[in-house]
Design a protein around this ligand. Structure first.
Ligand SMILES: *Cc1c(COP(=O)(O)O)cnc(C)c1O
Length: 418
């Protein structure tokens, strides 16, 4: 986009950002001012259809009034309760999540960000491994963790140690030892990688940042069986895929398995507050004792009230149904798009990725979609992500499909042949 088309206000925020902020994002030239439902307004009053939801955070719509009500109510009464005291809201949320997640005898450990919750699973897995695996400490053996290639688990040092993406890791090492990588979607590769010191396999049910990659049918059944037989903990990172996003309460319900730990974040805070946590089988969670973990703000009462309300809303079943039905409709509409630039359309519920041919940069297409009033970002080099708030309707989804068609039809049909 040409800078000269930008308003004075937008230009000023862009300059201010470049001058005063860390340069860790490649930003689109839109300064966002407000959002409601699945619509966003910039500082110039231009409206955008939100097909992104800030990475699948606003599942229930931006500024959802039911969630706002409990959040504001709680902020005015009690905003924080340190972990040294009993927190009634956290107790209730723990109970609700344990019952709702379907994990046997589950317990909850709260966090703030997704990456922080990932760190907690690494700590739990390492300590569980120290207790349950016969590590030869004299040889420097550690409880090993297996991760999948092309994963994304966040940007903190532990989560980054799991990454196989050199661009993310450049210059930040040394990283955690004892990490191995296996092919995502290949259960035999997992089986080969397990040894006597393996404590856990951490994996996303569907890889998001990696490019909306779906494993073959039956993969997770195999994975769960292998982990069970080998006494290896199965940790599912469900941060962007839980809470109706894929048409299920939790994405592992699609696979018919029960993992040892699930990692939640993003939509858990209803788009109003940062909130994350891990739901863990009781004997595994019990490796943590007093003093082994903690966080000043994790499990704060307003976040817990929102989390409780999120679960209450989910229990109606209407959100999963909506994601399922709209997702099928959207996927079908995208598949009917006749463009030489589209390689594949993949999705489950409203977790949808459009893979373009390698020569077409998804980021550039997203920039042009923005000019058409459609907000989203790419995943990897060639995938356009579509994860709208689940309050979106068919007419709005059609707007996005038509805009994508217009944008792609302006790219030379020969472009993808290099
Ligand atoms: C977003 C995300 C994270 C990290 O969450 P933050 O809140 O950004 O730290 C981890 N794992 C997956 C799969 C994610 O999509």
């Amino acid at each position: 986009m040409q800078n000269k088309q930008l308003s004075a206000a937008t230009r000023a925020y862009i300059q201010m950002t470049h001058r005063y902020l860390a340069n860790h994002y490649e930003r689109f030239p839109v300064a966002v001012e407000s959002g409601q439902g699945c619509w966003v307004k910039d500082v110039d009053g231009r409206r955008y259809l939100d097909m992104f939801a800030d990475y699948s955070v606003h599942n229930f719509g931006r500024s959802n009034s039911q969630l706002l009500m409990v959040f504001i109510d709680q902020v005015t009464k009690l905003s924080l309760c340190a972990g040294n005291f009993y927190n009634p809201f956290l107790a209730q949320l723990g109970k609700a999540l344990a019952e709702f997640s379907g994990i046997l005898n589950a317990k909850f450990l709260p966090g703030n960000s997704g990456a922080e919750a990932v760190e907690k699973t690494l700590k739990i897995a390492r300590r569980w491994g120290c207790i349950n695996k016969k590590l030869d400490k004299s040889k420097g053996e550690v409880a090993e963790i297996i991760a999948a290639f092309s994963n994304f688990h966040g940007r903190t040092m532990g989560a980054l140690s799991l990454s196989a993406n050199q661009h993310y890791k450049e210059g930040f090492g040394p990283f955690l030892p004892g990490i191995r990588w296996v092919k995502f979607g290949d259960a035999a590769d997992l089986k080969r990688a397990i040894n006597k010191n393996t404590a856990a396999f951490i994996v996303e049910p569907i890889q998001g940042e990696g490019g909306f990659i779906f494993p073959p049918d039956g993969y997770f059944k195999e994975v769960a069986k292998i982990c069970h037989e080998e006494n290896v903990l199965l940790i599912l990172d469900e941060i962007p895929t839980a809470f109706a996003r894929t048409g299920y309460n939790f994405p592992h319900e699609h696979d018919g398995i029960t993992p040892d730990m699930i990692i939640l974040g993003k939509a858990l805070g209803g788009g109003l507050t940062p909130f994350s946590g891990v739901v863990v089988r009781q004997p595994v969670m019990d490796v943590l004792g007093p003093g082994s973990d903690g966080s000043t703000f994790a499990g704060n009462p307003p976040a817990c009230r929102v989390g409780l309300e999120v679960i209450k809303m989910m229990q109606s079943g209407s959100w999963t149904k909506k994601a399922h039905q709209l997702g099928d409709y959207f996927l079908q509409s995208l598949k009917e798009l006749d463009s030489p630039h589209i390689k594949e359309v993949r999705g489950r519920g409203l977790f949808v990725g459009v893979q373009l041919h390698p020569e077409i940069m998804a980021r550039e297409v997203c920039g042009r979609l923005l000019e058409e009033g459609i907000m989203t970002v790419s995943a990897g080099q060639n995938v356009i992500r579509f994860t709208p708030p689940l309050v979106v309707n068919k007419i709005e989804l059609e707007l996005a499909v038509k805009a994508l068609h217009r944008v792609l039809s302006k790219i030379s049909p020969d472009a993808h042949r290099g």
